[in-house]
Design a protein around this ligand. Structure first.
Ligand SMILES: [Zn+2]
Length: 248
């Protein structure tokens, strides 16, 4: 091999090495671009997914429970005793969800200051208890001579099906008169003032067609003071509010 041939060979070798280095650099740049794309788009998309509200997420205070909307299985109440009410020794305290306890107490104290004595006749009810109440009502109708089917139909006009009662959430209370206070005075006070403490009259007389429930001046549902003001000021029930929230 002469000198010229040797030089050519070395030159080709150098060129090949340069091409290889160039290819290597290209591969590294390509990998870098891929990594950047991953973090900028794919990863951030994951983050977006986390921050988006979960479908069917339940907002506890505006949760709608009625003949079409059952208490979600995922819903859990954390119950506390209504210990500001008197009870007999052999009785246990009524229970409500802890998130409504202080507002309920405040409302009872405010009523008392206005000379209105209130008591809670029903608060949280488990599905089992709801079932028992319904069965009792059905058998009462059967006792009056109704067939089982007819008795069930009549009972369901007054008692919610288990799973469809607001009482199962611990967010609803039935409030009645106590002592010298008359029912009329008690219901009027609640209707005029309940919203200040986050409670709404759930089944008003003028909303029977929408709620499907007759006037229940004793049944109050906690929705929080902002929502209760909106409902009171605009004269809308929870079904109407739910429609408004869906339109948003
Ligand atoms: Zn009730």
């Amino acid at each position: 091999m002469d000198d010229i041939q040797l030089k050519r060979k070395q030159r080709r070798k150098r060129q090949r090495r340069r091409r290889m280095i160039f290819r290597l650099i290209l591969v590294v740049i390509f990998l870098l671009i891929l990594t950047l794309i991953y973090f900028k788009f794919i990863k951030s998309d994951d983050n977006n997914k986390v921050s988006k509200p979960v479908k069917n997420e339940v907002t506890w205070n505006t949760m709608l429970i009625n003949k079409e909307n059952t208490v979600p299985d995922s819903y859990k109440s954390v119950l506390v005793d209504v210990d500001f009410e008197d009870k007999k020794d052999d009785e246990s305290y009524k229970k409500v969800d802890f998130r409504i306890y202080s507002s309920l107490k405040e409302m009872f104290e405010a009523a008392k200051e206005d000379g209105v004595n209130l008591r809670i006749s029903s608060a949280y009810r488990s599905r089992f208890e709801q079932n028992k109440i319904l069965a009792k009502k059905i058998s009462a109708y059967e006792h009056d001579g109704f067939s089982h089917k007819k008795a069930e139909k009549e009972a369901l006009k007054w008692v919610a099906k288990p799973g469809y009662s607001e009482h199962e959430t611990g967010l609803a209370v039935d409030i009645n008169r106590k002592g010298r206070t008359s029912s009329k005075v008690a219901y009027k006070w609640l209707s005029d003032n309940g919203y200040k403490y986050g409670f709404i009259k759930r089944y008003p007389n003028n909303k029977k067609d929408i709620t499907g429930i007759s006037n229940e001046p004793w049944h109050y549902r906690y929705v929080g003071s902002l929502i209760s003001r909106i409902c009171k000021q605009n004269d809308i029930c929870l079904e109407e509010l739910d429609d408004l929230l869906k339109e948003k």
